[in-house]
Design a protein around this ligand. Structure first.
Ligand code: BG6
Length: 324
């Protein structure tokens, strides 16, 4: 069954063995299992806990070819202590931050919680958009309601489309202003990518201006070719270019391309993560958050207007093995 619609989640299945699981709570993608995999995935920390990866020495990588049998592997981190019952935002996967990112920075939004309410609202599964070898795609909707209007007095409609291909996951957020006044918002896709944080690198961010939340919002310019998260990192890079590579050496990497999401946050709490009740012990060692967003400035959408932002995450793992 390519699209498995369950009471609280939707599972997209791709014929090549990939899958994506999306909770209706927050339209949170809680699993992305990509089609490609090998012993190197296990060595690089990219492989998830299930299914088990075969083990082989790293040196064997160069011998793999495209005929290597593929086994699925998890690309997202979800804390073992995350709540998946709708009681609080999921600690992991891809929560959607909307209509704000971080704590409210505008007086008119002061009733909102950090990262807004999209990640803690129950969305509706609207339709299966595509069901083909090229991709399997499902669409989720959240509309303003009496509940949202108490906190956020702006009529809106959000449409979130998740598209799964053999080695790619594309998530696309559309915002419609269904009210009669301009609608101002920030938007961000809070990816928790699974992998060994100690060896992870994000690039290219050299020369990009950032706000350092670890240093009380100090502004600075990134000097490094490759950004690591070996110490507590919480940086919002502004107008960062929109295309990034997340590497988990020796060989695995993800490429992330975006549309209309010009900024990117890189976050890993290191030991401060132990202060989060829903963080599994040492969980921060097993992921890096690379979060494309439109956050440095608010989007201002006129009545009747439409905005969309999109990210495409591509698992380049197999390609690197072939190149190895
Ligand atoms: C990141 C922010 O995007 O999300 C961090 O930059 C924040 O400052 C982190 O701590 C997690 O936020 P939350 O609300 O999910 O605990």
């Amino acid at each position: 069954m390519p699209v498995d619609i369950q009471p609280n989640r939707v599972v997209l299945h791709h014929p090549a063995g990939a899958s994506a699981t999306i909770l209706l709570y927050g339209a949170t993608v809680i699993s992305w299992i990509s089609g490609s995999h090998s012993a190197l995935a296990s060595a690089s920390g990219l492989a998830g806990p299930a299914p088990p990866a075969p083990t082989a020495p790293l040196g064997a990588a160069a011998q793999f070819t495209s005929s290597t049998p593929a086994a699925p592997s998890e690309r997202l981190f979800v804390s073992a202590l995350a709540s998946l019952d709708g009681s609080k935002p999921v600690r992991g996967g891809i929560p959607i931050c909307w209509p704000i990112f971080g704590p409210p920075s505008r007086e008119e939004y002061k009733a909102l919680k950090q990262h807004g309410f999209a990640r803690s609202s129950v969305w509706t599964y609207a339709e299966t958009v595509l069901d083909a070898a090229e991709g399997v795609s499902g669409r989720f909707v959240l509309e303003s309601s009496e509940q949202t209007e108490k906190l956020f007095p702006h009529p809106f409609k959000l449409v979130y489309t998740v598209t799964l291909a053999e080695h790619q996951l594309t998530t696309s957020l559309r915002v419609y202003n269904t009210g009669t006044a301009p609608l101002a918002f920030q938007a961000l896709l809070h990816n928790y990518f699974r992998g060994e944080a100690a060896s992870a690198g994000v690039q290219p961010l050299k020369g990009v201006r950032f706000v350092d939340k670890v240093r009380d919002g100090a502004r600075d310019t990134e000097a490094r070719e490759i950004v690591d998260v070996r110490s507590y990192t919480d940086r919002v890079y502004e107008a960062a270019g929109g295309a990034y590579t997340l590497t988990f050496p020796p060989s695995a990497h993800l490429s992330i391309k975006t549309h209309n999401l010009p900024d990117v946050t890189v976050w890993n709490p290191q030991e401060t993560g132990s202060g989060m009740a829903d963080m599994e012990p040492g969980g921060w060692e097993r992921y890096v958050c690379v979060e494309p967003g439109h956050v440095a400035r608010f989007v201002s959408l006129e009545p009747g207007g439409e905005w969309w932002g999109q990210q495409n995450a591509m698992d380049r793992f197999e390609q690197l093995i072939l190149a190895g």
